[in-house]
Design a protein around this ligand. Structure first.
Ligand code: C2E
Ligand code: MG
Ligand code: MG
Ligand code: MG
Length: 284
C-alpha cells in the first residue's frame, strides 16, 4: 500500500507496475472512466470460522477489467485512485455493490454471511461518510451486523479524533469494524487501543513465516493471545499451508482466510459455495 510521507507526497510504491509517466497518465485517464464503463467488479474471498469449520464471511476485493491490459490488481490502481481523488466514488460503489450482493444472497435463502469491505483513509475523511453508510444500508435493506468494514492504520494522525467519532457512529448502527494488515505498520497497537475494533486481521506476512521453529510464530501467538485478552476476534490472513492452519488451530485463532481454502472468487462461484451449504474446512 502507498504510505503517506508527510505533506501530500507518495512514495513510488504507489506506482508499482506502472513503468513510466506516460503509462501512468494513460492508466489514470482510463481509471477515471472505469466506473461508468462498468469495468470494475468485485471478487469475494471466503472467511472461515476455525472452530465450526464453515464459511462465515467473505471479503470483497475489487478488480479492474481493463479493455487492453486485462485484469489490473488493486495494488496498482487503488493508490492511483486515491491520488486522483476517485477513491470516494469507487469506494461508495464497492460498498453499495457488496451490500446489495449480500442482501441478494440472504433473500435467496442462502446461509447468512458477513461481507467485509476495505476502506481507504480518504473515505473516512469524507464529512458525509456516516451518511453514505446509513443510506446504503437503508437502500439495500442489509442488516448492519452483516457488514464488516476493514480499516488500515494509514489514517492521518491529525484526524484521528474526527475519524474516531465517525467510527463510533457507524458502530452504533451495528456495523462491525476490523483492523486490516495488523502488525505491519508503526502504530497497530495504538490503533487497536483507540478505535472500537471488533476484529484484528493478522497480516499475511506473519502467517507466511509460520514454519516449524521459525521466529515469527511467537508473534502470531502473541497477537492471538492479546486479541483474546481484549475480547476482539482474530483472523489470520493469507493462510496457505496445512502447517500454518495447524498452528493457528492450536493457538485458537478464531477465523482464517487464504489460498488454502479459496482464492478470491467471482460472484457465481462464491454463491456456489453458499448453495452447497458448505460444511467442514475445505481446500480449493
Ligand atoms: P487486503 O485487504 O489485505 O486483502 C487481502 C489480499 O491478500 C488480497 O489481495 C487477496 O487476494 C490476497 N490473499 C488472500 N489470501 C492469500 C493467500 O493465501 N496468499 C497470498 N499470497 N495472498 C492472499 P488483492 O485482492 O490483490 O488486494 C490487495 C489489496 O488491495 C487489499 O489488501 C486491499 O488493501 C486493497 N483493496 C482491494 N479491494 C479494495 C477495495 O474495494 N477498496 C480499497 N480501498 N482497497 C481495496
Ligand atoms: Mg482487507
Ligand atoms: Mg488492506
Ligand atoms: Mg490485509
Amino acid at each position: 500500500r502507498a504510505k503517506k510521507q508527510g505533506g501530500n507526497q507518495y512514495s513510488f510504491q504507489s506506482f508499482v507496475g506502472l513503468t513510466n509517466d506516460r503509462e501512468r497518465m494513460e492508466m489514470a485517464n482510463d481509471l477515471s472512466r472505469a466506473l461508468e464503463r462498468n469495468e470494475l467488479c468485485l471478487y469475494y474471498q471466503p472467511q472461515y470460522c476455525v472452530e465450526e469449520g464453515r464459511i462465515i464471511g467473505a471479503e470483497a476485493l475489487i478488480r479492474w477489467q481493463h479493455p487492453e491490459r486485462g485484469l489490473v490488481s488493486p495494488v496498482v490502481f487503488i493508490p492511483l485512485a486515491e491520488e486522483m481523488g476517485l477513491i470516494t466514488a469507487i469506494g461508495e460503489w464497492v460498498l453499495r455493490t457488496a451490500c446489495t450482493q449480500n442482501r441478494k444472497w440472504q433473500m435467496a435463502g442462502l446461509p447468512p454471511i458477513k461481507i467485509a469491505v476495505n476502506l481507504s483513509p480518504r473515505q473516512l475523511q469524507q464529512d458525509s461518510f456516516v451518511h453514505i453508510i446509513s443510506t446504503i444500508l437503508l437502500e439495500t435493506k442489509l442488516d448492519p451486523c452483516y457488514l464488516d468494514l476493514e480499516i488500515t492504520e494509514n489514517i492521518d494522525m491529525f484526524e484521528t479524533d474526527l475519524v474516531l467519532e465517525k467510527l463510533r457512529e457507524i458502530k452504533a448502527h451495528g456495523v462491525h469494524l476490523s483492523l486490516d494488515d495488523f502488525g505491519v505498520g508503526y502504530s497497530s497497537l495504538s490503533y487497536l487501543n483507540q478505535f472500537p475494533i471488533d476484529k484484528v486481521k493478522i497480516d499475511r506476512s506473519f502467517i507466511q513465516k509460520i514454519r516449524s521453529g521459525h521466529a515469527q510464530a511467537p508473534i502470531v501467538s502473541a497477537i492471538i493471545a492479546m486479541s483474546k485478552n481484549m475480547q476482539v476476534r482474530v483472523l489470520a490472513e493469507g493462510v496457505e499451508s496445512e502447517e500454518q492452519l495447524r498452528f493457528l488451530m492450536e493457538q485458537q485463532c478464531d477465523e482464517v482466510q487464504g489460498f488454502l481454502y479459496s482464492k478470491p472468487l467471482p460472484v457465481d462461484q462464491l454463491e456456489k459455495l453458499l448453495v452447497e451449504k458448505l460444511t467442514g474446512l475445505r481446500k480449493d
